[in-house]
Design a protein around this ligand. Structure first.
Ligand code: ADP
Ligand code: ZN
Ligand code: ZN
Length: 708
């Protein structure tokens, strides 16, 4: 029987992490199968989805060693094979981020595809084909004429290959540039496709509405599809199939969309390219921004990164040439002005050292908020901590609301009177009395958004709105938006003017085009100034710039109001250079100063890093594994070019009863680091089975880590 099977097919399948199974598994097939074909193959006692990677004639359906291969169970012929460029992207991502091809390939496909057999897929495709209709209506949405700065950026895009970094202030109209750039590419080639990425799911509905309004009348209702983890599996499958078939011309999505199958990709846009959420934090820890740049180059597509506060990596990469430096690879396009009459908000620093001790909201800020409410304007107050209070503590003994499973406190949530661990999820009802000494007087310490909302409601209670009604306060954070549709509803209330003061975490600071917000306040941003993470100042600066960018976006309205936009920052360090640059909205000088520091310290972008992390039952076991791994790395050929730091516990050392440790490796040569990592990988797999590997629950490599 098997002798009739005449081809050997190498298939990428999802193999269990750390199994010793190689990257690809071999199967037999009576027919040649093209690379990229989706197949169903046996794996152990299951049948799984796989992607054909290679196919070659084989004697008697056996591999080189004469081992008879199991046959491919079914080929999903109804779908066109995944394009070569897509396979190259997957292979590159697997190699660069030290994962297996099968893992990356399968994670890149919509989950529902895994469960479908040939018949089910055929039915699904039939439905999909019926659903697609081209309306062919004339272009309905009116596009405003571009501003001079937008036009200059568009001219540069039309003229050069890129990659481009669109350095545009908040409110400079970057989205309009994306829309027009997409339009230009799609108009010049009737099959061209564009990929537009945003960092957060909560930004996709707004963007989708704008793209659909602009393009659906011209290219049909199915021309614009979304891809993000908030969609149901059938929705994700539908979007994926539409992109893969070429029916969808524009894919909008979060980082996962970088792996969409887009056979005619002509343009990739990465909005808010600096945002840390482009870095995947589990499985293959890829940077969707970096992969977007790689993918665009591979496919001959244009790539446009956009931000008001670019990552220092991209900023450096777009530096102009000087007499003794050839400059970066990216072309920088600047749009410094806001659209319309609006100016960037005035930044006001409140020196909290001059306030009575324990002040949370300075009286000056409260006055300013009250005045805005009285004039019918909206304000936004943000604090990067959700819940009511970060700790509950007993005044009589030392008891604090520690999580029994993590080296962290459980957060007090007053709404449902729970103590919740934000790391492992462990949740309990708040005890009636101190569990340690019985004292009934246990009290919240510190402040989260829930408590801030409560406090603002009390303090602003005397204020009335122009219509005489009481102030309306709302909160948006991960807790308030847990239920499906809650975020959309809450955002709609803000846009609809039903909220006077919006309290929230950084979730509300990004991207939204709120038209009536005139004041934005950061209540307590100091923590990040002295963090051990060298990227903390960069993050804080961009977060504050982004937040400021929510204020005063409608200049004409603001003028009619006789009002001005303001960003308030309460800080104990008003002299900090970061704030000085922020006051001037001067990203360039902030970036220059940070880059100088990074250059002196030989840190990214002047060096390349990777972390080896180990999780174990005990901290000793985790560190012993890293020690042994380090010793092995020292013996590798590229060890001289790579600097290795000692193992250390993670900032939050224990989560869900697992001890975590990490070791940083760093090199001024990306290639040397990559070679070392590649040679290290099999050694690390082997170490698991030695005494040093005992007690290690898992290990992972994080290339270009975003948090150290
Ligand atoms: P950014 O993403 O740069 O912060 P947006 O793209 O959200 O800015 O644009 C800010 C506002 O300016 C939006 O309300 C947008 O509709 C408007 N806008 C953008 N370009 C133009 C233009 N050329 N003419 C008029 N309004 C514009
Ligand atoms: Zn006590
Ligand atoms: Zn916990």
């Amino acid at each position: 029987m098997t002798a009739a099977l005449a081809f050997r097919v190498d298939v990428a399948v999802q193999t269990p992490a750390h199994s010793q199974v190689g990257d690809l598994l071999s199967y037999a097939s009576p027919d040649a199968l093209p690379p990229g074909r989706l197949v169903r193959v046996p794996l152990g006692r299951r049948e799984v989805l796989g992607v054909v990677w290679a196919c070659a004639p084989a004697v008697a359906g056996a591999d080189e060693d004469g081992v008879v291969l199991r046959p491919v169970a079914a080929a999903l012929d109804a779908l066109a094979p995944l394009p070569e460029a897509w396979r190259d992207l997957v292979a590159f991502a697997a190699r660069y981020y030290q994962r297996s091809v099968g893992e990356v390939a399968l994670a890149a496909l919509p989950p529902q595809l895994r469960g479908l057999d040939v018949d089910q897929l055929a039915r699904r495709l039939k439905r999909q084909a019926r659903g697609s209709t081209r309306t062919g209506q004339p272009d309905g949405a009116d596009a405003p004429p571009p501003t001079a700065e937008q036009q200059a950026a568009l001219d540069a895009l039309a003229a050069g290959p890129g990659p481009f970094l669109l350095f545009g202030s908040t409110g400079s109209g970057k989205t309009e540039v994306y829309l027009r750039a997409v339009e230009a590419r799609l108009a010049s080639d009737p099959q061209a496709q564009a990929l537009v990425m945003v960092p957060e799911i909560n930004l996709t509905p707004q963007l989708e509405a704008r793209f659909t309004a602009r393009f659906a009348p011209r290219f049909g209702a199915g021309a614009v599809v979304s891809m993000h983890s908030g969609m149901t599996p059938p929705q994700r499958l539908a979007s994926w199939l539409a992109a893969h078939s070429g029916q969808a011309r524009i894919v909008l999505g979060t980082r996962m969309a970088v792996f969409a199958s887009l056979p005619r990709l002509a343009l990739v846009v990465v909005d808010e390219e600096h945002d840390p959420s482009y870095k995947q934090q589990e499985g293959a820890r890829y940077s969707a921004r970096d992969l977007a740049v790689w993918r665009a180059r591979r496919e001959g597509a244009q790539v446009l990164l956009g931000s008001a506060t670019p990552s220092l990596e991209s900023w450096y990469q777009s530096r102009p040439p000087t007499p003794d430096d050839t400059g970066g690879r990216y072309q920088r396009l600047a749009m410094p002005s806001r659209v319309g009459e609006s100016a960037l908000p005035k930044v006001r620093l409140v020196d909290m050292n001059l306030q009575p001790p324990k002040t949370v909201l300075s009286s000056a800020l409260l006055d300013a908020l009250g005045q805005r409410v009285g004039r019918g304007e909206q304000s936004m107050v943000f604090l990067n901590r959700r819940g009511y209070a970060p700790v509950l503590a007993c005044g009589d003994c030392d008891w604090k609301s520690e999580c029994p499973h993590c080296s962290a406190y459980r957060v007090f949530h007053k709404i449902d009177r729970t103590l919740r661990c934000h790391h492992c999820g462990f949740t309990e009802r708040v005890p009636r009395a101190c569990p340690s000494c019985g004292n009934p007087d246990i009290a919240p310490v510190g402040r989260g958004t829930e408590r801030l909302e409560e406090q603002l409601a009390q303090l602003l209670a005397p204020v009335t709105r122009p219509d005489g009604g009481p102030v309306r306060i709302a909160r948006i954070d991960a807790d308030s938006t847990r239920h499906e549709g809650a975020l959309e509803q809450q955002l709609a209330q803000v846009h609809g003017g039903e909220v006077d003061v919006l309290v929230g975490t950084q979730m509300i600071a990004k991207g939204h085009d709120f038209r009536r917000i005139t004041l934005v306040a950061a209540v307590n941003p100091d923590g990040a100034l002295f963090s051990s993470d060298f990227r903390a100042p960069e993050r804080l600066f961009s977060l504050l710039m982004q937040s400021a960018g929510r204020a005063g976006r409608d200049g004409a309205w603001l003028q009619a109001q006789g009002s001005t936009a303001e960003m308030w920052i309460q800080t104990h360090h008003p002299q900090h250079p970061l704030f000085a640059a922020l006051r001037r909205h001067d990203y360039a000088s902030f970036a220059q100063q940070q880059l100088e520091e990074r250059r002196m310290a030989a840190m990214p972008p002047f060096a390349f890093q990777a972390l080896l992390r180990a999780d174990a039952r005990t901290q000793e076991a985790a560190q012993a594994f890293l020690q042994a791994a380090g010793a092995a790395a020292d013996a590798l050929p590229d060890a001289d070019a790579v600097m290795r730091y000692p193992p250390v516990p993670l900032a939050i050392q224990r989560v869900a009863n697992v001890e975590r440790a990490q070791m940083l490796v760093e090199s001024s040569s990306r290639a040397a680091l990559q070679r070392l990592l590649a040679a290290w990988k099999p050694i690390l797999h082997g170490l698991r089975r030695t005494p040093e590997g005992k007690g290690v629950i898992r290990w992972l490599v994080d290339v270009d880590p975003q948090a150290i």
